[in-house]
Design a protein around this ligand. Structure first.
Ligand code: TEU
Ligand code: CA
Length: 555
């Protein structure tokens, strides 16, 4: 098996709205991103993934697309996009677009037409059903609260939306819809983009007959029930045959609920569909014990559970598929706050510890903007500080309507798990609005920007930034880090995460202390191992100080 370029790549995810404003309207934009390419090049990443930048009413921050071939004016123009793409390539990097084709915006012209009647050219572009006994055709729940169906009097029918009512699901059973999607892909690939991150791509093939979810469904059980429908393989294979295989691209499919077996089916090294998936196992580890409340909870993840999840994917995909490696993204809280410790006393070491633990695994690492300087959760305390529709809707559902949680408790859950933790603007400097904008920022800055920012990180040789830079450099230089097989060590240890990697007679040993205590572990790290990277100045052998993480090479 010859290796592909994306197997040695490190990806940097940009949330355009919150990255860098260039025209002082308070919103991040494309020229802003272009102005920061030198910074990304210094970090050493190979690929940039942009969250959606297409024309959109932004009910779900761009995941509701109204025109797949137009740039959202708040981000700039198509000329700005072409300039960003050219500059990215000139910096030796590649660019991935976010492709959201499970659903469109309700403002897309297809839906505007589709909703008018049962016999217009777009009538079957979406999933329409007659009422059953005067109500919704089945019991599916929307991921963003309420039923997954909305009634349209003009058609006398309901349409399906697994997400918000403003995000109607496309009907992939219709070959015309598939052709439209393939043409959109060609449009961007012909411009020279280097691939796609495909939003909830395992939801496109719905189960035949759209049966009820057994029992009382929640948003989460609805998505799991719908995921990985029978025709998914067929749709993805057709997309690959007709479009993707004609370009040298990288594709990553977001697949909530998928198992390693699914991943091998859709992204196996010998399959002709996608290159890798974003699996959700390790980010779904601390759900509320009351299943009705879903992910809304405030208890930390147990290290042993985290190891079960990540080790399972490392072992299962080895030689068969390819992992994506991520701690966080625009839908998840900040890694250092969630999986370790963002207390100022420990934050820098903890962020480096997490980075080493993930970046030494097999797969393609993804860094979410700000992760490389150890940005933290926002620690909001009031509902009016939230912007995300998922967070705001769930508060009203849980507190006001269903009364399952009281207000202050719900706010604690949101501070722990809300997507908005990841969406505060990038912290560039300790100056006005952290250097994100001179205008009025669309979203509040995290109050800790005077201490946590890029300017500080670049000036401090011991910063989280330089640790990431080193990890990326080590990956680029070392086949063992890229391709080595994974050996799990002591899965029942709830304090230390350790593993080995093996490749062509070489061994890598990674040992990370996930606690704020000093502990002792003996993995014969002293014997002839060369210390590749660590987050303490000196090496004390078997002794592991709070959040100490080290990685040795044995030749
Ligand atoms: O997310 C899909 C998804 O399943 C979840 O992570 C979702 O964000 C939600 O938090 C479940 O609790 C993708 C996008 O990444 C997300 O930003 C979009 O809102 C969503 O699809 C709809 O397009
Ligand atoms: Ca702007």
């Amino acid at each position: 098996m010859t290796h592909k370029w994306w197997q040695s790549a490190v990806v940097y995810q940009i949330y355009p709205m919150s990255f860098q404003d260039s025209n002082q309207d308070g919103i991040g934009d494309l020229p802003g991103i272009t102005s920061r390419l030198d910074y990304l090049q210094k970090l050493g990443v190979d690929v940039i993934w942009l969250n959606p930048i297409y024309r959109s009413p932004d009910q779900d921050n761009g995941y509701d697309i109204a025109d797949y071939r137009a740039i959202n004016p708040k981000y700039g123009t198509m000329t700005d996009f072409d300039a960003l793409l050219a500059a990215t390539h000139a910096h030796g990097m590649k660019l991935l677009m976010d492709l959201v084709v499970n659903h469109t915006s309700a403002q897309h012209k297809w839906f505007q037409e589709s909703q008018k009647s049962k016999d217009n050219p777009y009538a079957d572009y979406y999933i329409w059903r007659d009422p059953v006994d005067g109500h919704e055709p089945n019991n599916w729940r929307s991921a963003f609260s309420g039923p997954a169906w909305t009634y349209v009097p003009a058609r006398g029918q309901y349409y399906l939306h697994l997400f918000a009512p403003g995000q109607p699901d496309l009907n992939w059973e219709n070959p015309k819809v598939r052709e439209e999607v393939f043409n959109i892909e060609r449009f961007w690939l012909d411009k020279g983009v280097d691939g796609f991150r495909m939003d909830v791509i395992n939801l496109i093939a719905k189960p035949a007959g759209l049966p009820d979810v057994p029992g009382t469904p929640t948003a989460g059980t609805t998505l799991n029930f719908v995921a990985d429908g029978k025709r998914l393989n067929e749709f993805l294979r057709q997309m690959n045959a007709e479009v993707l295989s004609h370009y040298d691209v990288m594709t990553v499919g977001e697949m909530p609920g998928s198992t390693p077996e699914d991943a091998i089916k859709y992204t196996g090294l010998n399959s002709h569909e996608l290159n890798m998936v974003f699996q959700f196992q390790h980010v779904n580890l601390s759900p509320n014990p009351d299943v009705r409340i879903g992910k809304w909870y405030d208890q930390p993840v147990k290290l042993t559970d985290l190891k079960v999840a990540l080790n399972r994917w490392q072992k299962a995909l080895d030689g068969k598929g390819w992992n994506s490696l991520y701690w966080n993204n625009h839908d998840q809280p900040r890694a250092v706050s969630r999986f370790s410790n963002d207390d100022p006393e420990y934050r820098v070491r903890a962020a480096k510890m997490l980075a080493t633990t993930l970046h030494m695994m097999q797969g393609t690492p993804y860094i979410y903007e700000g992760e490389e300087i150890g940005m933290t959760n926002a620690h909001f305390t009031r509902l009016d500080q939230y912007e995300d529709l998922e967070s705001i809707n769930i508060y009203h559902e849980m507190v006001d309507h269903r009364k399952l949680v009281d207000g202050p408790t719900m706010l604690k859950y949101m501070a722990n798990i809300s997507r908005d933790n990841a969406r505060t603007p990038m912290q560039w400097t300790d100056g006005e609005n952290a250097g994100f904008t001179k205008g009025n920022p669309w979203y509040a800055l995290n109050a800790n920007y005077p201490a946590i920012n890029v300017k500080q990180a670049l000036a401090d040789r011991t910063s989280v930034f330089y640790h990431y830079q080193k990890l990326i450099q080590l990956r680029h230089e070392t086949d063992l880090i890229k391709y080595g097989t994974f050996e799990e060590l002591d899965p029942a240890d709830n304090q230390v995460y350790a593993y080995r990697r093996h490749y062509q007679g070489q061994t890598l040993l990674v040992i990370s202390n996930f606690t704020d205590q000093t502990v002792t572990r003996d993995y014969q790290q002293r014997e002839a191992g060369q210390l590749l990277i660590s987050n303490y100045r000196d090496d004390r052998g078997t002794q592991l100080r709070p959040y100490e993480s080290k990685c040795y090479l044995f030749n």
